[in-house]
Design a protein around this ligand. Structure first.
Ligand code: MG
Length: 258
């Protein structure tokens, strides 16, 4: 037995994971004599439990290899406005709100991981909800607010990263106007049984790398000056970006279905 094989045997005996370069002819690392986990299918450290698929992370905020790229700076092809092609302006590798109305993805999503980068314009004369307003509408109805909230008081559940009209973010992680900001959103769609919501939507939001909502249960579809409520809808629906009249820019938008 070679030294490397001896080492593999020793490591395996100690329960240490043994991988590729040590030789694939060895038994899979793990155990078959450990107790079963509560859901019954797998043992603790089960050697037969499937390995998660390997995904190469993107550099910085570039899309990971299994992402569906919704906007890479070059084209609005993934977006529509009503039944027409999206008409937002393409400027400097970004798309910009231009008064042509909100836009929606041609693809539909349910449970999703979503990365969005956005920038509010410098609008010194404006305030509160009139300043840098846009929004990410999950399923076209659950808004993660976009606003200039760097130095711009507004009602707490309407500031940037608020789940509009329901929950302020835990902290204000906003950057100044004309700085690129990021949202990483993890969304679990609501579940319906006929007319009843049986599990609310759950939203996790990371704003500029800071967790601001963790699995927050939504009260329903975003409403203005009213308490949100649910109406049953399809399992998958387009994502929407809001045209609220401010020249907000977006870039580097990608999604992973969950
Ligand atoms: Mg908005």
């Amino acid at each position: 037995m070679k030294v490397s094989a001896l080492l593999v045997s020793a490591l395996a005996w100690m329960g240490v994971a043994v991988f590729g370069s040590f030789g694939s002819q060895e038994a899979k690392p793990g155990y078959q004599d450990t107790p079963r986990l509560p859901e019954g299918k797998w043992r603790v450290h089960d050697s037969n439990r499937p390995q998660p698929p390997q995904v190469r992370p993107g550099e910085l905020t570039a899309p990971p290899s299994d992402a569906l790229v919704l906007f890479d700076g070059s084209s609005l092809a993934a977006w529509k406005s009503g039944t027409q092609d999206a008409q937002w302006s393409l400027i400097d590798g970004a798309m910009e709100v231009n008064g042509s109305g909100s836009i929606a993805t041609k693809a539909a999503f349910g449970d999703v991981q979503l990365h969005v980068e956005w920038m509010t314009p410098d609008e010194p004369g404006l305030q509160s909800q009139a300043k840098g307003n846009s929004g990410v509408f999950l399923m076209g109805r659950y808004e993660v607010q976009i606003l200039d909230s760097f130095d711009n008081p507004t009602y707490a559940d309407g500031q940037a990263a608020a789940l509009y009209g329901q929950y302020p973010p835990d902290v204000n992680a906003s950057l100044a106007p004309k700085a690129w900001q990021t949202y990483d959103i993890f969304f679990r769609a609501p579940r319906f049984d006929a007319d009843q919501v049986i599990e609310p939507a759950l939203v996790t939001v990371v704003h500029n790398g800071v967790l601001v909502h963790h699995a927050r249960p939504l009260l329903g579809a975003t409403a203005h000056r009213a308490v949100a409520s649910y109406s049953p809808h399809a399992d998958q629906l387009p994502l929407e970006l809001q045209d609220h009249g401010n020249k907000v820019r977006f870039r580097n938008i990608w999604a992973r279905r969950l």
